[in-house]
Design a binder for this molecule. Structure first.
Ligand code: 5GP
Length: 209
């Protein structure tokens, strides 16, 4: 499948700051489109339906899966999350780099379906900082924090499945660095097939003249 835009998957430990990086990309640069996921989790205070997520019931979520409406879906700490397909396809075709902020199982499904996707993993510089950020956020109960830390330990084993690891220490630098990595990915030969093929063809013809 050939697309103009890059499908950019951003994963990372809960509390790693990936949400802030994604926000910085969307607000700071023109070419990104952010996919809004569907979830069965309850909205947190301030989260609006259709902005943070499409908040749906378990039945609605399952119906969307059956209809083939999701690119990927996964269970994460007692809830389901999934990426609606239509928006992603439309924006990629329009040449936008589409960002999916999703967890590891979903990222691996995306890798299979879209081998040209770019997979980025965001981590804080250390486990202590991760725990502190997760606790300081103050939106989760201690039990949920514990589950998310356990999940982080599992995810840490899989970091090498990603194309790049972004160490989020100073947020402004991390945003600029992530943008630079995505820009560089556009220059990888397999994403420049149109140009390389036309150059090869033209040069071959010229060499015959
Ligand atoms: P949260 O409940 O904190 O908003 O999200 C929990 C986890 O689910 C995060 O790691 C987030 O990146 C991930 N997530 C959000 N949307 C999706 C999605 O559509 N698919 C998958 N696989 N994971 C998602």
């Amino acid at each position: 499948m050939e697309h103009e835009g890059i499908l950019v998957v951003i994963s990372g430990f809960a509390g790693a700051g990936k949400g802030t990086i994604v926000k910085g990309l969307i607000e700071g640069y023109d070419n990104y489109a952010l996919s809004v996921s569907m979830t069965t989790r309850q909205p947190r205070p301030g989260e609006k339906n259709g902005e943070a997520y499409f908040f749906v019931s378990r039945e609605e979520f399952e119906k969307t899966i059956e209809e083939g409406g999701l690119i990927e879906h996964a269970r994460y700490v007692d809830n389901y999350y999934g990426t609606p397909k239509a928006y992603v396809e439309e924006k990629l075709k329009a040449g936008r780099d589409v960002i999916l902020e999703i967890e590891l199982q979903g990222a691996l499904q995306v890798r299979k379906l879209y081998p040209e996707a770019l997979l980025l993993f965001v981590t804080p510089p250390s486990a202590e900082i991760l725990k502190k950020r997760l606790t300081d956020r103050g939106t989760e109960t201690p039990e949920v924090i514990k589950k998310r830390m356990n999940r982080a330990a599992e995810e840490a084993e899989m970091m090498d499945k990603y194309d790049y690891i972004i160490v989020n220490d100073k947020i402004e630098e991390s945003i600029a660095h992530t943008h630079a990595v995505i820009q560089a990915a556009h220059s990888v030969p397999f994403r420049m097939k149109k140009l390389t093929e036309s150059l090869q063809k033209d040069l071959l013809e010229m060499s015959k003249q």
